[in-house]
Design a protein around this ligand. Structure first.
Ligand SMILES: *Cc1c(COP(=O)(O)O)cnc(C)c1O
Length: 741
C-alpha cells in the first residue's frame, strides 16, 4: 500500500457532521481500495472453521499496515480521539477459544508470509450480546454488520450453488482481508435464496430438537460444500488433474464441524470425476488434517443416519461406504472388535464425525501436550495403536500483535528497548531480563494499564474499581469445568475471614469475572447470577474496603484486550484434564500476569517455560482425579470442613436469592447429590481449600512489589513460545508442508 497516499487521504477527510460509523467506513474503504491483493501461488493451506472470533478489525488492520500511529495523530489534530471506534461492534462470529484461535492463526500466517486461507460462514448475527439485568444474563442479537463491513470484499461472481435434497441455496463469498507480510483472506460464505436465510442467520442455533439438528447439519454442509467445491474447481482450472489435488492443497479441519468436507470431497471425486472409491479415499487421506479441541463428549458430534439421509442422501451414502471401507481395512490388519467399534465411522445408527476425521486425516493433533497425550491414550487410543504416526501435538498460541502490541503499547515500547526486534522474532523476548530498570518500568506500566482498565470499566459499566488493588481475573466462557463457581466460593471464603477478623492484612483486591453462558445452559446462567449476588453483597458492604467483585458484561475480544493488559493474576483453574489448552492463559502471561492455576492444558507448559516459582500451581492433577473418580465423596468432605460448608450453604440458606428460579438449589444439588452425574463431578469442593490458600499466597507475595514484578518479567520473557507465530510455523512445516512466500 502507498502509505503516503493513504495518510494524505485521511488528512483531507472532512469530518464535519458525519457519524463515527461513516468515518470508520471512509477510512477503512480507502485502505482496502489501496491494497494490492496477492493471488494464491503454489501450494497453500485451507483452514475450515465454523467459528472465527475476529474482534475489532480497525485498529488491528491499521497496525498491520503500519499506519496506526500516524492515523491516531492525524485524527487527534482534527479533534477526534481514535478510541471512538471502540463503539464499532466486534465481529464476533465465534464463541470463545476455538474461534479466537482460528483468528490468531490467520493473523500469524499473514504476518509470517504463509499462504493460509480461512473459510467460514458469514453469520448475520454473531455471538449474542450479553446484558446483565438484575444479575442475570439476557441475550440480545448481535447485528455486527449494521456498522458496515468495509474490510470485506464481496465476490458475487464466485458464488456457487449448494444442493440439499429439498432445496438449493447460493453460497456467496465475502473475503475479509487478513493483512501482514502477505495479504491472505478469510472467506466467509453467505447463503442466498428463498430458504437460505436461516442457514447463516445464527452461530450455533439450538440443536435440542430435530429441526435444530437438521439446521446444524445444513450449516456444516453449506460451509463444507462451498469450500470444497471452490478448492476443486480452482485446482482443476489451473492443473486440470484432480489426482494432483493434494500436491497443491492441504485442508485443516478445525474440530468436527467441517468434517462433512471429507464426504463432499469423496462424493465429487467419485461422482463427478469418475474416480474409483479407493483412489478417492486415498486422495482424501493425503489432503485432510484434523485438530481435536476437546474431549467433552457433547462437542464430539455424532449425527443420526436418518437426519443426514433426509437432506443429504449422497453424503450419507458416501459415509456408509467409507465405513465399510474402513472396516475392511481394519479386518485386514486384525483389529479387535471393540477397537473397531471405538474407531467406527458408523455406529449405533450414527455417524461419528471425529472418527471419520481421524480415519481420513494424515495428521491428527491435540492443542497442548497434555491434551494430545489424553487423546492418544483415551479418546482415540485404538487409532493411536494402529496409526501412531498420525498423532502430533501442536501447542496453541496467540498472536502477540493483537495481544501485546495492540493492547499494551506501553509494555511493547519497553520491550523494544530491551528485547530488540521481538515484534518480528518473538523468541527475542528472552532478552527481556530482570534488571532494576525493567522492574521499575514494568511496575509503572502495569499501574497505568490498571488505571486504563478502571476507566474503561467505569465508562462501560459505571462501576468504580480501585486501580491500586491487585487485579485477579477469571475471564472465559462460562462452563462448569472452567470452575468460575470455585472462584466465587473462594472469594466468599476470603470475605468471611476478613469479616470475622481471621484475616487481617489482606491486600485490597479486585476480582474480575467475564464470560457468556450458552443460552440454554441453565447451570452456567445460575452461576452468573450467583457471582452477581456475591458482587452485590460485597461491593455494597460499607465496612469492606478490601474486596471488590466485578462481572464484566458482554465479555468479548475488545473487553479482553483491556482486562488482560490490566491484570496481575490470571485465574486458570479448570479441573485437570478438561481444558484442552486454553489461550487466555497465554495472553495474560505475555502481559505480565502470573498464573494461579491447575496443572491443566497449556498451564503446564507455561510453568515449564516460566518456572513454577514464578507462578502459583495448586490442586488435583490428572492422575489425582483419575484416582478420585469413584471414591470422592463431596458431602463427607464438606462435613469435615465447616468453613466450606458455610460458604456452600449460601446457595440454599437464603443468603442469596435467585428470584425463585431454582438455580442455586440446583447448583447445590449438583455438588452434593448424585443426579444424572456424580456429585461435584468437576471437583470444585475438592480443590477449593488449596485454591483459597493459593489466592492468599499471591496476595501476600504481592506486597513485595519488586519480587512480584520479577515473576511477571520472567513470564513475559518466556512467553515467546506461546505466540501463534511459533504455532503456525509448526503447522506449516510438520503438517501443511507449505513455505513462507
Ligand atoms: C482468548 C479468548 C477466549 C479463550 O479464553 P480461554 O481462557 O482460553 O477459555 C475466549 N473469549 C475471548 C473473547 C478471548 O479473547
Amino acid at each position: 500500500m502507498d502509505k503516503n497516499k493513504f495518510l494524505n487521504y485521511v488528512k483531507d477527510l472532512d469530518f464535519s457532521g458525519i457519524s463515527v460509523t461513516e468515518i470508520y467506513n471512509k477510512i477503512s474503504n480507502a485502505a482496502v481500495s489501496m491494497l494490492n491483493l496477492k493471488r494464491r501461488e503454489c501450494r497453500y493451506a485451507t483452514y475450515i472453521s465454523i467459528e472465527y472470533l475476529v474482534g475489532n478489525v480497525f485498529y488491528n488492520n491499521l497496525m498491520a499496515l503500519g499506519v496506526l500511529e500516524q492515523v491516531t495523530e492525524i485524527l487527534e489534530k482534527k479533534g477526534v480521539n481514535i478510541n471512538i471506534f471502540e463503539e464499532i461492534e466486534d465481529a464476533a462470529l465465534g464463541n470463545g477459544g476455538l474461534g479466537r484461535l482460528a483468528a490468531c492463526f490467520l493473523d500469524s500466517a499473514a504476518a509470517k508470509g504463509y499462504p493460509l486461507y480461512g473459510y467460514g460462514i458469514r453469520y448475520k448475527y454473531g455471538l449474542f450480546k450479553q446484558v446483565i439485568e438484575k444479575g442475570c444474563q439476557t441475550e440480545y442479537p448481535d447485528d455486527w454488520q449494521k456498522y458496515g463491513d468495509p474490510w470485506s470484499i464481496k465476490k458475487e461472481e464466485e458464488s456457487r450453488t449448494i444442493h440439499f435434497k429439498d432445496y438449493d441455496v447460493k453460497a456467496v463469498p465475502y473475503d475479509m482481508l487478513i493483512i501482514g507480510k502477505r495479504i491472505n483472506a478469510l472467506r466467509l460464505f453467505e447463503a442466498e435464496g428463498e430458504k437460505a436465510k436461516e442457514i447463516c442467520e445464527y452461530l450455533y442455533p439450538p440443536d435440542d430438537t430435530e429441526q435444530g439438528k437438521l439446521l446444524r447439519i445444513r450449516q456444516e454442509y453449506f460451509l463444507s460444500a462451498a469450500t470444497i467445491g471452490e478448492l476443486i474447481d480452482r485446482h482443476i482450472s489451473k492443473y486440470n488433474n484432480i489426482l494432483s489435488f493434494s500436491k497443491y492443497n492441504c485442508i485443516q479441519l478445525n474440530d468436527t464441524h467441517p468434517v462433512m468436507a471429507i464426504a463432499e470431497f469423496i462424493r465429487i471425486l467419485t461422482s463427478i470425476y469418475n474416480i474409483g472409491f479407493d483412489d478417492a479415499v486415498k486422495a482424501a487421506k493425503k489432503s485432510f488434517n484434523y485438530t481435536n479441541h476437546t474431549i467433552m463428549p457433547e462437542a464430539l458430534e455424532c449425527w443420526d443416519y436418518k437426519l443426514i439421509e433426509q437432506i443429504l442422501p449422497d453424503i450419507a451414502n458416501v459415509l456408509i461406504k467409507l465405513h465399510n471401507y474402513s472396516q475392511a481395512e481394519w479386518n485386514n490388519i486384525s483389529c479387535q472388535k471393540d477397537e473397531m467399534n471405538s474407531m467406527a465411522i458408523f455406529y449405533d445408527n450414527k455417524f461419528s464425525m471425529a472418527n471419520t476425521a481421524v480415519y481420513i486425516a494424515s495428521s491428527v493433533n491435540g492443542v497442548a501436550e497434555i491434551h494430545t497425550e489424553i487423546i492418544k491414550k483415551q479418546l482415540f487410543s485404538a487409532a493411536n495403536k494402529y496409526y501412531p504416526s498420525k498423532f502430533k501435538n501442536v501447542t496453541n498460541g496467540v498472536t502477540h500483535r493483537r495481544w501485546l502490541q495492540l493492547c499494551n503499547k506501553e509494555l511493547s515500547a519497553l520491550l523494544d528497548d530491551s528485547a530488540g526486534k521481538w515484534r518480528d522474532n518473538i523468541h527475542l523476548l528472552k532478552n527481556f531480563i530482570v534488571s532494576d530498570n525493567n522492574i521499575k518500568e514494568f511496575k509503572k506500566i502495569k499501574a497505568l494499564k490498571k488505571r486504563q482498565l478502571a476507566d474503561y470499566i467505569l465508562k462501560r459499566q459505571g462501576i468504580k474499581i480501585d486501580s491500586e488493588s491487585i487485579v485477579y481475573c477469571h475471564i472465559k466462557r462460562l462452563h462448569e469445568y472452567k470452575r468460575q463457581l470455585m472462584t466465587a466460593f473462594a472469594i466468599l471464603c476470603i470475605y468471611y475471614d476478613i469479616k470475622t477478623g481471621k484475616l487481617t492484612d489482606f491486600y485490597p483486591s479486585t476480582f474480575i469475572f467475564g464470560g457468556k453462558a450458552a443460552a440454554g445452559y441453565f447451570r452456567a446462567k445460575g452461576i452468573i447470577k450467583y457471582i452477581n449476588e456475591i458482587a452485590d453483597m460485597i461491593n455494597n458492604d460499607a465496612a469492606n474496603d478490601k474486596i471488590k467483585v466485578v462481572f464484566a458484561e458482554n465479555y468479548n475480544v475488545s473487553y479482553a484486550e483491556k482486562i488482560i493488559a490490566g491484570s496481575d493474576v490470571s485465574l486458570q483453574v479448570s479441573t485437570a484434564g478438561m481444558e484442552a489448552s486454553g489461550t487466555g492463559n497465554m495472553k495474560l502471561m505475555m502481559n505480565g500476569a502470573v498464573t494461579a492455576g491447575t496443572m491443566d492444558g497449556a498451564n503446564i507448559e507455561i510453568v515449564q517455560k516460566a518456572g513454577k516459582q514464578n507462578n502459583y500451581i495448586f490442586g488435583a492433577t490428572v492422575e489425582d482425579i483419575e484416582k478420585l473418580v469413584g471414591t470422592y465423596c463431596p458431602v463427607s468432605f464438606l462435613e469435615k470442613n465447616p468453613k466450606l460448608k458455610y460458604v456452600v450453604n449460601t446457595l440454599i440458606d437464603g443468603t442469596f436469592s435467585d428470584k425463585g428460579k431454582g438455580w442455586f438449589e440446583e447448583i447445590y444439588n449438583s455438588l452434593t447429590k448424585t443426579i444424572w452425574h456424580r456429585a461435584d463431578n468437576y471437583f470444585v469442593l475438592y480443590d477449593l481449600p488449596a485454591y483459597v490458600e493459593t489466592l492468599l499466597k499471591v496476595n501476600e507475595d504481592y506486597k513485595q512489589k519488586d519480587k512480584f514484578a520479577i515473576k511477571a518479567i520472567n513470564n513475559i520473557a518466556n512467553s515467546g513460545y506461546f505466540s501463534s507465530d511459533r504455532t503456525i510455523a509448526e503447522y506449516a512445516k510438520d503438517i501443511w508442508k507449505i513455505d513462507s512466500v
